[in-house]
Design a protein around this ligand. Structure first.
Ligand SMILES: C[S@@+](CC[C@H](N)C(=O)[O-])C[C@H]1O[C@@H](n2cnc3c(N)ncnc32)[C@H](O)[C@@H]1O
Length: 418
């Protein structure tokens, strides 16, 4: 093959749908490559005496046909493309020779020099497939290819890389984006891309505020708390602002803390937009109800300790007639209670839970400004939480966790049942 070695590879996109592809060897290489071949719709036959559990699962699911045996001459008959990746050198050489003879493009994991095709480093983002093949004086350089691929895909995903004459068309209307609990790394890839494409961003006080600094100067950033609401309620004024900017043809992102649908009034905004016929995309976010306890070392469930967790708003006191929460029922639950917006009312809430039968010794943790540089955790029990919260000057935003899971990470929890 030496006569081929000096020339660069010719890149091409194979359309494998319904076409026979043979994979020789069911190990790690097959496990990595098979999903893309399956996604391409190839008619895949795996020839291998053994396979990894993941490859076996693909066969069980009917995504590939698995012939549990060693490679035999003739296996590549009528095959368009072959991947040779077994740990049997003789089988690899024989399959490779058959591929050469039958003019079947063939990738070899053990010896790229004699292969007739190379697999590029690939990645996908928003309808674009990136495939990178790099070569240097010594031949292929897969690590370099992977690094270039990562840089391109990441740039496409976060919006820092756009083709100059073919910018991704901004998503029309309004995107309700869950920004996660505060750490700018905890927004979704989609949320970040939509932010990068936005003309107008209307942001809450909670959530990843640091991301707003990264927006280009032409983007109008509006603090939702500062929208004047004169004759409207605050939420109605926010809805009106979303509607006005969207009607002006702007790509609008409504950046919200946590998940838009967890005490986030996301559906009210979606309904207001729907009533005006404005398209609305909802992007889920990581809710503080799970991530803030987690960031403080508290799992909301733990085997043998809690089989359920209940997320409750504590913005109105238990004896308030507007309360929709059945505190008596919650006091009977054995699982974890996660309270949001409850710092002000925690004394009354703890009292109600104890009055309805929960042990005063139940562990409680208050986690303030979780996932940010100012995160702190204060531990207490139901009996002491009001006093501890006041003494430690715990302020919103905080998530309050009630239950035995609070002690799991500190090693004082009951051992999990087997
Ligand atoms: C109006 S609710 C919005 C919840 C949000 N949609 C979510 O899924 O996380 C606001 C409450 O979430 C909690 N919260 C949000 N971010 C937080 C953070 N970083 N640290 C602690 N609590 C947080 C606090 O209980 C706060 O009062």
């Amino acid at each position: 093959m030496a006569e081929h070695a000096d020339h660069p590879a010719y890149p091409v996109g194979l359309r494998l749908s319904g076409r026979r592809v043979v994979v020789v060897g069911g190990g790690q290489v097959a496990q990595r490559r098979l999903p893309a071949l399956i996604a391409a719709g190839a008619d895949i036959t795996l020839v291998s005496p053994s396979a990894t559990p993941s490859v076996e699962a693909m066969a069980d699911a009917g995504e590939i046909r698995w012939e549990r045996r060693r490679y035999e001459d003739g296996d590549l008959t009528d095959t368009w493309y072959a991947l040779i990746a077994s740990d049997d050198d003789a089988a690899n050489d024989a399959a490779s020779a058959e591929a050469e003879r039958t003019r079947t493009w063939c990738v070899r994991s053990d010896n790229a020099d004699v292969a007739t095709a190379w697999t590029p480093a690939t990645g996908r983002s928003e309808g674009v497939t990136v495939a990178v093949l790099s070569t240097d004086a010594q031949g292929r350089d897969p690590r370099h290819s992977a690094a270039v691929r990562d840089a391109i895909v990441e740039g496409l995903r976060d919006g820092t890389l756009t083709a100059p004459h073919h910018r991704t068309r901004p998503t029309p209307g309004v995107s309700l984006v869950g920004g996660g609990p505060g750490d700018p790394d905890l927004i979704t890839v989609r949320g970040r891309r939509l932010l990068a494409e936005a003309d107008v961003v209307i942001a809450d006080r909670l959530g990843p505020r640091d991301l707003l600094d990264e927006l280009p100067p032409h983007v109008q950033v509006i603090d939702a708390a500062k929208i004047p609401y004169g004759r409207f309620m605050a939420q109605e004024a926010i809805n009106q602002a979303l509607i006005e900017h969207a009607k002006a043809g702007k790509a609008v992102v409504r950046l919200k803390g946590g998940d838009p649908f967890v005490f986030g009034r996301g559906m009210e905004e979606a309904q207001a937009l729907a009533a005006e016929g404005i398209p609305c995309t909802v992007v889920p976010g990581i809710s503080s109800s799970i991530s803030v306890p987690g960031a403080a070392g508290i799992p909301v469930t733990h085997r043998g300790v809690a089989h359920e967790f209940t997320v409750v708003s504590g913005h109105v006191a238990p004896d308030d007639e507007r309360s929709l929460v059945d505190w008596a029922a919650l006091a009977q639950l054995r699982g974890t209670l996660v309270l949001l917006m409850a710092v002000d009312k925690i004394g009354a809430i703890a009292k109600a839970l104890v009055a309805h039968g929960k042990s005063p010794d139940t562990p409680v943790a208050l986690v303030q400004e979780g996932t940010t540089a100012s995160q702190r955790r204060v531990d207490a029990t139901l009996a002491t939480v009001a006093e501890r919260a006041a003494a430690e000057d715990v302020r919103p935003p905080a998530v309050i966790v009630i239950g035995d899971v609070v002690a799991v990470g500190t090693g004082t929890a009951p051992l999990p049942a087997e």
